[in-house]
Design a binder for this molecule. Structure first.
Ligand SMILES: *[C@@H]1O[C@H](CO)[C@@H](O)[C@H](O)[C@H]1NC(C)=O
Ligand SMILES: *[C@@H]1O[C@H](CO)[C@@H](O)[C@H](O)[C@H]1NC(C)=O
Length: 385
């Protein structure tokens, strides 16, 4: 029963995830003109969240950065913002260019000093020079144009922290309303490489990049997020049944080694994605991914060092094998959710994964109960005998 419903959930999970490979793509850097408002921008960056784009040209000789930021406000009558944060990666401390429709219906650009989350103050000047600012709107998208003098330290580093955002409304006094706190709104930040290296729009088109990201998501969700937990369930619960010995062991090894093979492929795609997107780094997701790969590799090799059942070190080996196994289980699931937040597909994909993992969790709880019943009745039987 357990194996047929888990097979069903794997099939469900696999088919749902494979659909992810072909999401509907609307506008991308490759599909839009590089010529905006009579200026030709050298680079275009498909920003990884909030369906936004940054066209830019950087002149290193005088540190001038010319940008056109394109995004749709969260609601009509809302605002869009693009900012440089000279001091830190997040929103606090950023120096922002914000566009919205003023009370007369004209799209305007205002400067904001976002010194903290509580203090978002319209200002006449940012901490660096800004000139030639303007904004316009077409087809539901707003664009902010502007030129900034990149501060010297950032120019030396060759990159800067950028933050972007969209919000729902603006008061008549020009106070911008809070944006949502959904994952795309919280992930809308990253490093901007001024050289334009690996920022897309060139040979690596966005469509192929999105496809790569989706393949990466599918491989890793299936291996770390689904197969590894199933393999752990097999090892923990089938073992209780004497008739399942040694079948459970081979099933467990088969499941975990296929998970590992798929996981390594997924990990490789992740490394490639990471090196292709110099512009934006997801440190947490990346570090967990590296930890997962290392732990799983150790786990595979430990198989060859497994002492015999009655060996005095077998207890220690089991202890080690189980703790590393559970660590992989937990980290794997966490990283699938982190990845989903980055990839930010439609909600149904996240729901699908939640369903798959809940079904597995439910099966585990049921089997845990059955195991206890079996073990207790076995004990009482052996006591009677
Ligand atoms: C920097 O140089 C570019 C072209 O070489 C020019 O268009 C721009 O106005 C200059 N910016 C500054 C701040 O001098
Ligand atoms: C922004 O606000 C902070 C805190 O009020 C202040 O210290 C800083 O000088 C301001 N920056 C600019 C460019 O006005």
């Amino acid at each position: 029963m357990a194996s047929s419903s888990s097979t069903r959930s794997i099939v469900l999970g696999l088919s749902l995830w494979f659909l992810l490979i072909s999401p509907a793509l609307s506008l991308t850097c490759t599909s839009q003109s590089k010529n905006l408002k009579n200026e030709i921008y050298v680079h275009c960056l498909d920003l990884p969240s909030l369906s936004s784009f940054l066209h830019f040209t950087y002149d290193a000789s005088n540190r001038s950065l010319s940008i056109a930021f394109v995004a749709a406000p969260a609601k009509s009558g809302g605002w869009i913002a693009w900012a440089i944060n000279p001091t830190a990666p997040g929103m606090a401390g950023s120096q922002a260019l914000v566009a919205y429709k003023d009370s007369k219906g004209a799209v305007t650009v205002k400067l904001y000093n976002v010194s903290s989350y509580e203090s978002i103050v319209p200002t006449k000047k940012l901490s660096f020079d800004v000139w030639d600012t303007s904004a316009d709107e077409s087809g539901g998208l707003m664009r902010i144009y502007g030129k900034v003098k990149v501060p010297e330290e950032l120019a030396k580093a060759g990159k800067l922290n950028q933050v972007w955002q969209v919000g729902p409304s603006v008061t008549p006094e020009g106070m911008i309303a809070k944006h949502d706190f959904a994952p795309p709104n919280l992930n809308s930040k990253g490093a901007l490489d001024l050289s334009g290296a690996h920022t897309g729009g060139g040979s690596t088109g966005t469509d192929s990049r999105t496809k790569k990201r989706n393949i990466h998501g599918v491989l890793n969700a299936v291996s770390w997020g689904i197969l590894f937990p199933i393999g752990a369930i097999i090892a923990r619960y089938l073992r209780t049944f004497e008739s399942a010995d040694p079948a459970w062991f081979y099933l467990h090894v088969l499941c975990q080694s296929s998970a590992y093979a798929i996981g390594v492929a997924g990990w490789g795609t992740g490394l490639k994605l990471g090196s292709d997107s110099k512009g934006v780094t997801y440190t947490g997701h990346r570090n967990i991914g590296i930890a997962l790969f290392s732990l799983a590799t150790v786990q595979i090799f430990a198989l060859f060092l497994r002492p015999k059942k009655d060996h005095k070190y077998r207890f220690h080996w089991n202890l080690y094998h189980h703790s590393v196994g559970y660590a992989i289980l937990v980290l794997g699931i966490i990283n699938v959710f982190k990845g989903l937040d980055i990839l930010n597909p439609e909600n149904k994909w996240k729901s699908a994964y939640i369903i798959v993992i809940s079904v597995l969790g439910g099966i585990a709880v049921l089997l845990e109960a059955i195991t206890w019943i079996v073990v207790i009745s076995r004990k009482s039987r052996s006591r009677k005998a």
